[in-house]
Design a protein around this ligand. Structure first.
Ligand code: MG
Length: 316
C-alpha cells in the first residue's frame, strides 16, 4: 500500500463530511468549528526503526521529535498550538524509569512550545516503541490558517532555513546535531511571517521539497519553477552529497524531514520580506505559473528537471 493512494481514498470521502468540518483532509491540519470556535487538529506517529533507532537515540530526543513533528504542521498552517495528547505503545522490555523519562521529556518539550501535554494513553506490547501524538491548535488572532490551495500564478516561492541532509550527523556548537531529531519547529516564525505579509499557500517540508511543493501546486491548480542555484542547501546536505557523489541540489530537493516552511506570496509582498526572521534565512527559490503537466520543474544550468515526485514516501 502506498501512502498517497491511502490518503486519496480518505479524501474521496470529503464531500460527505459534516458542515462542522471546515478543513477536510488534504492540508497539514484538519479543522472543526466547535461552539463558534475554529479548532485545528493534527495527528502524527513515530515508530522505532522507521523514524528513529531506539538503540542509538536517547529517549529525550525521541520524545522531543514526537512533539516537534506535529508542531511543524501547526507552523505550516500559521496557527497557534494549544495542547497535545499522546497514545504510546511501549515495548514490554522498557523499564518504568525509561517510560517515565519518555513522558517527562514529551511534557517538557510540549510545555516549551506552550502546547501542554494534557492527556494520553499507554499500552504495553511485544513490538517496537510507537508514539502517536495529536496536537490541537487555533488561529492566531487576526490570522486565518494558511492552506496549500492558495498559490496563484505570479507568486514568489520561498523557503525558510536550509534544506537536505536531515539524517546526516554534523558537528554544531560542539555537539552532534542530527536535523530530523533536533530541528526547531517554525511556529513563531510562521506567525511573524503571517503578520508581515499575506501568505497565499504554505506547507512544511517533511517529504522533500520537490514532493511538498508539488502538493501546493496540485492543491492550487498551478505549477512551480524553482532554481537549483537559489536553493539554500544545508551543510549536512553538502556533506552527504560529497560522500555519495551526487549534486548537493539533489539532496536539498529530495531529502525528507527538513521541517522548514515552503510558502508562496505575491511579488509585492515578497519585496517586503527581510533576509531572515528570528535568525532563520528566508530564501526566494522560484515562482508560480499556470497549471502544467509537470507540477514542479527545477532549473539546473540550462536543463529543466521534473522534481515533483522526488521525495520521500512511507510505504507499507
Ligand atoms: Mg506537514
Amino acid at each position: 500500500m502506498r501512502e498517497f493512494e491511502l490518503l486519496q481514498h480518505i479524501y474521496d470521502a470529503n464531500p460527505s463530511l459534516s458542515p462542522s468540518v471546515t478543513l477536510p483532509p488534504g492540508d497539514d491540519m484538519g479543522a472543526l468549528r466547535l461552539s463558534g470556535h475554529n479548532i485545528l487538529v493534527t495527528v502524527d506517529q513515530i515508530a522505532d526503526q522507521v523514524h528513529f533507532d531506539l538503540k542509538t537515540t536517547s529517549l529525550e530526543r525521541i520524545a522531543r521529535k514526537a512533539i516537534t513533528r506535529n508542531l511543524s504542521d501547526v507552523a505550516a498552517m500559521a496557527a497557534r498550538p494549544v495542547g497535545a495528547v499522546c497514545a504510546a505503545a511501549l515495548p514490554r522490555s522498557m523499564s518504568s524509569v525509561d517510560a517515565t523519562r519518555l513522558f517527562d521529556a514529551m511534557r517538557q518539550t510540549a510545555q516549551h512550545y506552550a502546547c501542554p501535554l494534557f492527556g494520553g494513553d499507554t499500552t504495553l506490547w511485544d513490538n517496537p516503541l510507537l508514539l502517536s501524538v495529536t496536537v490541537l491548535a487555533e488561529p492566531w488572532p487576526g490570522i486565518a490558517p494558511v492552506l496549500r490551495s492558495g498559490a496563484k500564478p505570479g507568486d514568489v516561492v520561498c523557503v525558510t532555513g536550509a534544506l537536505g541532509g536531515s539524517l546526516e550527523p554534523i558537528q554544531r556548537d560542539n555537539r552532534q546535531y542530527i536535523h530530523h531529531l533536533d530541528f526547531e519547529p517554525r511556529v513563531e516564525l510562521a506567525r511573524l511571517l503571517a503578520e508581515r505579509v499575506t501568505l497565499h499557500a504554505m506547507i512544511d517540508i517533511s517529504d522533500g521539497l520537490g514532493r511538498d511543493l508539488a502538493h501546493i501546486a496540485r492543491a492550487s491548480h498551478v505549477s512551480a519553477s524553482i532554481f537549483a542555484n537559489q536553493l539554500p542547501i544545508s551543510p549536512a546536505a553538502k556533506q552527504a552529497a560529497a560522500r555519495l557523489n551526487v549534486p548537493p541540489w539533489a539532496r536539498a530537493i529530495s531529502d525528507g524531514e527538513d521541517y522548514e516552511l515552503c510558502f508562496t506570496l505575491s511579488s509585492p509582498d515578497a519585496q517586503k520580506l527581510p533576509e531572515s526572521i528570528l535568525g532563520v534565512p528566508i530564501t526566494r527559490i522560484g515562482q508560480i505559473g499556470p497549471a502544467a503537466i509537470h507540477p514542479v520543474l527545477l532549473q539546473v544550468d540550462d536543463k529543466q528537471i521534473d522534481v515533483s515526485d522526488r521525495g520521500w514516501e512511507h510505504s507499507t
